[in-house]
Write a protein that binds this ligand. Structure first.
Ligand SMILES: [Zn+2]
Length: 428
């Protein structure tokens, strides 16, 4: 199903899920903010002793260039033990697993103490406006829950000989900013050394080379502690490095090819990437204004104002900054919770040598909006990846040859089903 966003067309996915769910007697609501941009919500009723649990996945995907893939990106082929296709990892696998769990609950007539809601949402890849945000703003009572399970986490992470299952408990905020320079316009035949275009170039270079200050958060240190807890000697040097955020930041800057250091370094500071640049319209006119846009990301505990202060220190008073759009970080506190404990128990029961660790992600997810409706968010879409499979799960988001092992998917359904049943049958 091609739900490349834009234009989305998530309706085809929603209608497919509706057929699968109605087969076992679950009634579905299809809710649209715009024609074709369909969200599906269904609910399996429990006794109501405990508040609801929400399973959620977005059904839209990012574009895929078929000429770069070994299998067609919308084929859904089974090949080399994997299910191939755009969205296999991000994140149709969770939509499929959630639907499978809902079907099993209904088919077995499970007696639960809480309702289990499943929301398959549109538009996450373009910022959630027609998906989770629309549901929370216009249909809040249908998706209100105590806990939500979604992306990112639950996949096998191999580091040296050790195995981890990261579970997202926090995500960075975003703060998109317009930066503007103004100056005297002029004729292109008489260059000026201080033209806005020259100053724009200098500002972009300053930003691109800047290292914003390190802020170690409890989310990162708990992740690092989790990694260190079960370390074989092989990765001790790495573990020591990971345990010292300031040192890790320096290594990430010095050795940018070290991919773990680079991805960790985004978790050590607010970040700011220049993305869109605009200046001038005619070859012979020196323009009077120049602009660029900055994709800023804020750590838990940091505000837009903190990021703006760090940017002003880099860019100086010459550059005017204005916030275009922002959303704060999402944090699920405390990390120690019944849900985290259930996830840990169910995963470690099946993978005794693995460690479940809390995880902070640099991007954003539907957690931004579902958490506004009260849900404590856990990034848990369980998938087992064997070490020798050659699949680096985290690198498959928006990547080529996106695929998941079929056996790992079956494992995921079993774990997700067990987590849902256990968390829904606890004494209040
Ligand atoms: Zn996603």
């Amino acid at each position: 199903m091609d739900t490349t966003n834009p234009p989305g067309n998530e309706r085809i996915c929603a209608q497919f899920l509706e057929r699968e769910l109605s087969e076992v007697g679950l009634s579905c609501e299809l809710l649209e903010a715009e024609p074709g941009r369909t969200n599906l919500v269904t609910r399996y009723r429990g006794s109501g002793k405990l508040p609801p649990l929400l399973l959620t996945a977005h059904t839209d995907v990012v574009e895929a260039d078929p000429t770069k893939w070994r299998r067609p990106p919308f084929s859904g082929d089974e090949f080399e033990g994997c299910l191939w296709g755009r969205g296999a990892v991000d994140m149709r696998h969770m939509a499929a697993m959630s639907a499978a769990v809902m079907r099993q609950l209904a088919a077995t007539g499970a007696k639960l103490d809480r309702d289990v809601i499943f929301a398959a949402v549109a538009d996450e890849e373009a910022g959630c406006d027609l998906g989770s945000r629309f549901l929370v703003e216009h249909h809040r009572s249908k998706v209100e829950a105590e806990y939500a399970l979604g992306e990112v986490g639950g996949f096998t992470l191999h580091l040296g000989d050790a195995t981890f299952y990261p579970v997202q408990v926090a995500e960075k905020g975003f703060c998109w900013i317009r930066a503007r320079l103004t100056g005297e316009p002029g004729h292109g035949s008489m260059p000026k050394h201080d033209s806005v275009v020259t100053r724009l170039g200098e500002a972009l270079a300053r930003l691109g080379n800047a290292h914003l200050p390190v802020h170690a958060t409890s989310y990162l240190t708990e992740f690092l502690d989790g990694l260190r807890a079960k370390q074989p000697a092989l990765i001790q040097p790495l573990a020591k490095l990971l345990a010292r955020p300031q040192l890790l930041a320096r290594v990430a800057h010095l050795v940018p090819s070290m991919s773990i250091a680079r991805s960790m370094s985004a978790l050590l500071s607010n970040t700011a990437a220049a993305t869109v640049v605009r200046a001038g319209a005619k070859t012979n006119v020196i323009p009077g204004t120049a602009e660029f846009e900055i994709d800023g990301r804020t750590l838990p505990g940091q505000t837009n104002e903190d990021l703006m202060r760090e940017l002003r220190a880099v860019l100086g008073p010459d550059v005017e900054l204005e916030i275009i759009k922002s959303a704060p970080p999402v944090v699920t506190e405390p990390v120690a919770s019944p849900m985290f404990d259930v996830i840990r128990r169910q995963v470690e029961l099946r993978e005794p040598h693995a460690t479940v660790v809390p995880y902070l992600i640099p991007g954003f997810t539907d957690a931004k909006y579902f958490s506004q409706a009260g849900a404590r968010w856990y990034g848990f879409s369980p998938i087992k990846i064997e070490k020798d499979s050659g699949i680096k799960f985290a690198e498959m988001f928006h990547g080529t040859d996106e695929r998941v092992p079929v056996a790992g998917l079956a494992w995921g359904v079993e774990v997700l089903d067990a987590v849902v049943r256990e968390i829904s049958n606890q004494p209040a």
